[in-house]
Design a protein around this ligand. Structure first.
Ligand SMILES: [Mn+2]
Length: 356
């Protein structure tokens, strides 16, 4: 799939092209991961300018635009603009810094640099729908994540600190083939587990704790995301009730997902159940988010998702939770691929309550 060719027809008529500077969009559009570089996409030709560190691999791998060695961007970019007779270029609005925008203004005084978000949104819209290759990478990342979780069931013991559990988990993600972490591992136990995005600390796990682990691998740059809550030693009746309710909410939301279903409805499926059971105010985040090259992408399953609807090819997390301040919390998260007739759960780890 030539992603530059897919973007060109989405450019508004009065825009000659777009200057792409963000790592994530450069990666998406050219297939090459690099920490620096500029991709100029225009109807009259497209170029990837990369410095010496990346030029060898760029020349071998980039097939959908011309690759140029970036030496002095301040000279090369104005030359290209002149050669192609470009009058207007869109900038990214999500990732572009004001400093970079000022630099381009100085570099290209004759060019109108457009900072409305039409082209930016067009790129993000393309990124929403994953192609086969992207889905394969996300499945690979999730398989690494599932394998690492199952290994952890033999590792987690009372007395280990949250930090130690997180370190063991991250080691296994890498050992099982991750090229990085999708995000900083969340590993919270006991009273800390009521913090949805708590930071792992030095408190040792105790009998009667819930332990929530939210973690993911990156594979070829694509993210996975999974949360499991396990019990240490034993659970109280209330903990079991909360766990069952969160699981029921998650399954209800997953069952709701199909093309055309509003994202707010998938959120409401979990929220209504949780609030209806008396836990209003204990589930203060969205039910899910899209993911891909970034761990959080649009659309979301949330009360503020507006007009967004489920579409085939979008990968979403489904992760309701209940958090009882100062006591305990519980979250269960899978990622699913929206298909023509529903969704495919890409997470294969068990979801029934595990007591270690
Ligand atoms: Mn998530």
């Amino acid at each position: 799939m030539n992603r530059i060719e897919a973007l060109l027809p989405k450019l508004p008529d009065e825009v000659d092209g777009v200057l792409v500077t963000s790592s994530v969009n450069r990666h998406y559009l050219t297939g090459l991961r690099s920490s620096a570089g500029v991709v100029l996409i225009t109807r009259k030709g497209s170029y990837a300018l990369l410095d010496f560190r990346y030029i060898e691999v760029a020349r071998k791998t980039i097939r959908n635009c011309e690759v140029l060695l970036q030496e002095k961007l301040e000279e090369q970019l104005p030359e290209l603009v002149k050669k192609l007779e470009l009058r207007s270029l869109a900038l990214e609005t999500t990732y572009q810094t004001i400093g970079e925008m000022n630099r381009f203004r100085k570099m290209l005084p004759e060019v109108e640099l457009l900072t409305d978000d039409r082209v930016d949104k067009a790129i993000l819209r393309l990124r929403r729908i994953k192609d086969e290759e992207e889905i394969r990478h996300i499945k690979d990342a999730q398989a690494i994540t599932d394998r690492s979780f199952s290994e952890m069931l033999n590792v987690i013991k009372a007395g280990m600190t949250e930090r130690q559990v997180a370190a063991e988990l991250e080691y296994r993600l890498k050992k099982n083939g991750a090229d990085g972490l999708a995000f900083s591992t969340i590993c919270v136990a006991g009273p800390n587990s009521s913090l949805p995005h708590g930071v792992p600390g030095d408190r040792p796990l105790q009998e009667g704790d819930f332990l929530t682990m939210d973690f993911g691998a990156a594979s070829a740059g694509y993210c996975s995301d999974m949360t499991r809550t396990v019990a240490i030693g034993y659970v109280t009746e209330e903990m079991e009730k909360v766990y069952d309710l969160v699981l029921k909410a998650q399954l209800t939301s997953i069952a709701k997902i199909a093309p055309g279903v509003p994202c707010v409805d998938v959120d409401a499926a979990s929220r209504d159940l949780i609030y209806g059971a008396g836990y209003e105010g204990c589930f203060g985040h969205g039910t899910g988010h899209s993911l891909g090259l970034e761990i959080h992408e649009e659309p979301r399953f949330s009360t503020t998702a507006g007009e967004a609807v489920c579409q085939p090819g979008i990968v979403m997390s489904v992760e309701p939770g209940i958090y009882l301040s100062g006591r305990f919390g519980c979250r269960i998260e899978d990622i699913v691929l929206i298909t023509e007739d529903g969704c495919e759960d890409l997470t294969h780890s068990p979801k029934e309550l595990i007591t270690l």
